[in-house]
Write a protein that binds this ligand. Structure first.
Ligand SMILES: [Ca+2]
Ligand SMILES: [Ca+2]
Ligand SMILES: [Ca+2]
Ligand SMILES: [Ca+2]
Length: 307
């Protein structure tokens, strides 16, 4: 939480410093609960000025990853026929649309017949002017064009996650992991004065990108219990070891997730892979020779017995 506030305070300092320029921040911060990303609304300006402003804020014009984010952004920032700039553009190569933050294009919301590159349009906005196509996308010139009001930029920032304490294999140290084991790996998020674990959204939790295991038909994959005896509840999870892709060289694992208010957090704990890589027992040539001699002796012995 502390990091989040430091971040917002810093953003506040930045905002006052750039208030007079084009594309000044006029709205936000708003947090999108599904990802914890933070959004600002900029005053009407060209796409390139708006993107420069977004970069100064340590973000980019918004990348719309799916219909939910589309709906949330439009509902949050649209009003009064306001067109909204997003990060999509084909300025670098005509016809190849890219997000300003470099993410792959996985979702689009074009209005019928768009993008049409009319007289060389390269910058994309959500339509706020035409009642029939509110929120649908259109390519436009950098400063808009006749018939369009200049769009307002939507900035998207990915905040630094807060860090919480996690405990892999509570009660045991070192946290030995056998990569061949088909068992489960218990992981606890430790509650503290600063963290009420009931504020964690369990559906967002992943260990090295993998979701916790669902136990049985109950559909439950987490429980609240005090695993370290400090009288503060901890969040207990289990992961299928075989479902995790753990690098045999790795020395720690990281759990990531969101609080119910969208605040991102992460926590890491040390692990020790067993048996350690490179420590497998490979017989020395001398041992092999001895084994061979032993084997011969055995055969001879048997032969002797048989005769
Ligand atoms: Ca996004
Ligand atoms: Ca174009
Ligand atoms: Ca167009
Ligand atoms: Ca506890």
């Amino acid at each position: 939480m502390k990091k989040m506030w430091t971040f917002l305070a810093l953003a506040g300092v930045l905002l006052t410093g750039i208030g007079a320029s084009y594309g000044a921040v006029i709205g936000g911060p708003e947090v999108y609960p599904a990802t914890g990303h933070v959004y600002y609304l900029l005053d009407a300006a060209s796409w390139t000025d708006s993107e420069a402003q977004a970069i100064a804020l340590d973000g980019h014009l918004a990348t719309i990853n799916d219909q939910d984010e589309q709906n949330w952004v439009f509902t949050t920032f649209f009003s009064d026929e306001r067109n909204l700039w997003i990060g999509l553009n084909d300025a670098a190569e005509e016809g190849t649309f890219l997000w300003a933050n470099g993410e792959p294009v996985t979702f689009t919301n074009w209005w019928v017949g768009e993008p049409n590159n009319l007289q060389g349009e390269d910058y994309v906005h959500m339509d706020g002017q035409n009642p029939a196509r509110l929120g649908r996308w259109n390519d436009l010139h950098d400063w808009g064009r006749v018939g369009w009001t200049t769009p307002y930029g939507i900035v998207e920032l990915v905040p630094e996650p807060a860090t919480f304490l996690i405990d892999i294999k509570p009660g045991s140290l070192p946290n030995s992991i056998n990569l061949k084991s088909k068992g489960v790996l218990p992981v606890a998020v430790l509650g503290s004065e600063d963290l009420d674990v009931s504020l964690i959204d369990p559906d967002t939790l992943t260990l090295e990108g993998v979701a916790p295991r669902v136990s049985g038909k109950s559909g439950h994959f987490w429980s609240l219990e005090d695993v370290n005896g400090d009288s503060i509840l901890d969040l207990m999870l289990h992961f299928d070891l075989q479902g995790l892709t753990i690098d045999p060289e790795s020395t720690e694992l990281t759990l990531e997730g969101l609080l119910t208010d969208g605040t991102a957090f992460e926590g890491s704990d040390s692990i020790r892979i067993v048996p350690p890589m490179g420590a497998e027992v490979i017989p020395e040539p001398a041992t092999l020779a001895l084994l061979a001699i032993g084997g011969l002796a055995l055969i001879r012995q048997r032969k002797t017995k048989n005769t």
